[in-house]
Design a protein around this ligand. Structure first.
Ligand code: RIB
Ligand code: CA
Length: 309
């Protein structure tokens, strides 16, 4: 593996868009491991799906299963988006793989302690990351950064003011945002809704003519279908690859340092409270992404898919 690729652990809840993020990560990062978490679907499904994508991509990256429930609240899923099994839409082969371990938290702790400059890239609820930081506070200062898909500077998706990943485990999110990590990069809905895909892209991916291209085309088709059904829109945001691309291709993103905290109660539970007043930057703990070069990074995504034989 080339040494100039960022070293990352991808923590995910596949999930249609998570599946695409895995493909980008395999091609553009030194992917030290994939960890699964309960989120879009129960842990058994998200772990299975992470294994399925790694099998389709024919990568030997380890998959470690993590938390099967949030820190405090009851598990919440997004079957309406991703299906009961978390990967509704694409045809998938029978699974021939199993997780390397069922202790993702220990894998994260051990890997960060043993390896310099590791980015944690969570693209589901932040339960595993919060548990790792609680178990091993020393790793907070060791990580190169956290690049997460979650939150929003504006409205929510699963709730009026809450985005799913934060809403599904707000207490874990509060720990991560408040961890004091040197770099926390937030790809919230305000950013990911600029990263849109459509049916033309689905056809382009399917036209690559490989198993991964067919798989990715069917995933994008499923994302657009959901958008059409729910919002009457002909495009769909593709959330999770943004958190990976912000690490691998930072030149295509613009951010502002802001203070971000998380509401854990009542009607705003899961809301990321982003301080945009602009005069308290000393407290700014997060690099909030506001811009992305959508066309350039979509090309990176297509090239990533095409790079699989
Ligand atoms: O709100 C979008 C996020 O929730 C994405 O990570 C998607 O996979 C779901 O987990
Ligand atoms: Ca996800």
């Amino acid at each position: 593996m080339s040494t100039d690729r960022p070293k990352i652990i991808l923590d995910c809840d596949p999930g249609l868009d998570d599946a695409m993020a895995i493909l980008v990560a395999v091609q553009h990062t030194d992917l030290l491991g994939i960890t699964s978490v309960s989120g879009n679907a129960p842990l058994s499904a998200t772990t299975r799906n992470a294994l399925l994508v790694s099998q389709i991509a024919d990568t030997d990256v380890e998959v470690h299963a993590g938390a099967d429930r949030p820190l405090i609240i009851e598990p919440k899923h997004a079957a309406h988006v991703h299906g009961e099994g978390g990967l509704n839409g694409p045809t998938v082969p029978p699974l021939h793989r199993s997780p390397t371990s069922n202790d993702a938290v220990q894998f994260i702790v051990d890997t960060v302690r043993a390896t310099d400059d590791v980015w944690l890239v969570p693209i589901g609820p932040l339960t595993n990351i919060a548990l790792a930081f609680r178990q091993a506070p020393d790793i907070v200062a060791k990580v190169a950064g956290i690049s997460l898909m979650g939150g929003s500077t504006g409205g929510g998706n699963v709730q009026p003011v809450a985005e799913f990943n934060i809403w599904a485990d707000p207490h874990a999110a509060q720990i991560v945002f408040g961890s004091g990590a040197e770099r926390i990069v937030m790809a919230g809905l305000n950013l990911t809704h600029q990263y849109t895909v459509d049916r033309d892209l689905a056809v382009r991916l399917a036209g690559i003519g490989t198993a991964v291209g067919t798989f990715a085309g069917e995933v994008i088709e499923a994302c657009v279908e959901f958008s059409e059904r729910m919002r009457g829109a002909s495009t769909s945001p593709l959330h999770d690859p943004c958190a990976v691309l912000a690490v691998t291709h930072p030149q295509h993103f613009g951010s502002v340092k802001r203070h971000v905290d998380v509401s854990v109660s009542d009607i705003t539970a899961g809301m990321t409270v982003v301080d945009e007043r602009g005069y308290d930057d000393a407290n700014a703990n997060v690099e909030v992404l506001y811009e992305v070069d959508r066309d350039a990074t979509i090309e990176v995504f297509v090239e990533s898919v095409a790079a699989f034989s």
